[in-house]
Design a protein around this ligand. Structure first.
Ligand code: FE
Ligand code: FE
Ligand code: FE
Length: 175
């Protein structure tokens, strides 16, 4: 464990956490895409997988610029969020596809919010340290995470409508 004495040390620690998160997320997203029924949702996960790989490369590039390795740390939060997502996937195997999609979005939004918090912090630290190139790269990623979060939220309106219609149908059947 490296010593954390300076703001740059803290930035490196944050970057390693994000690198591990992106790495784990890149392995989880294909499963999320495969489990999605709504074509737009599947596309959103597939597209974000491509972005995620670019995001991981950006972090490696920044680490390289700082003369450090991006590896050596495991993001426990990403691990937990992904565990929750896979638990949901096994619990919802027999659920209606609208419900499964709505749950996939809920899990996806949690991941994006974690990343938005991480990149927001990393941008602020890099700005403070005057690392302009790193700031630009981190801001690109931050914008992608925000756009993904918004896209998932917009899709949830559609999917939740279908899921809610399903509940109404089920109630009527019971009567
Ligand atoms: Fe990401
Ligand atoms: Fe983390
Ligand atoms: Fe993301």
């Amino acid at each position: 464990m490296p010593e954390l004495e300076t703001l740059e040390d803290l930035l490196v620690e944050q970057l390693r956490d994000l690198y591990s998160a992106e790495n784990q997320i890149s392995k989880a997203l294909p499963k999320m895409a495969k489990a999605a029924s709504h074509p737009k949702l599947r596309q959103a996960f597939e597209r974000h997988l491509k972005e995620t790989l670019t995001q991981r490369d950006r972090l490696a590039k920044i680490a390289d610029m700082l003369g450090v390795k991006p590896t050596g740390h495991v993001c426990a939060a990403a691990k937990g969020l992904i565990e929750e997502a896979s638990e949901f996937l096994s619990d919802s195997k027999k659920s209606p596809e609208e419900i499964r999609d709505a749950g996939l979005i809920a899990n996806g939004n949690r991941v994006e919010h974690y990343e938005i918090a991480g990149y927001g912090t990393a941008v602020a630290l890099a700005e403070k340290l005057g690392l302009d190139k790193a700031v630009k790269l981190l801001q690109q990623t931050l914008a992608e995470e925000k756009a993904t979060d918004e896209k998932l939220t917009a899709l949830s309106e559609e999917v939740n409508d279908e899921a809610a219609a399903l509940s109404v149908g089920a109630e009527e059947e019971e009567e």
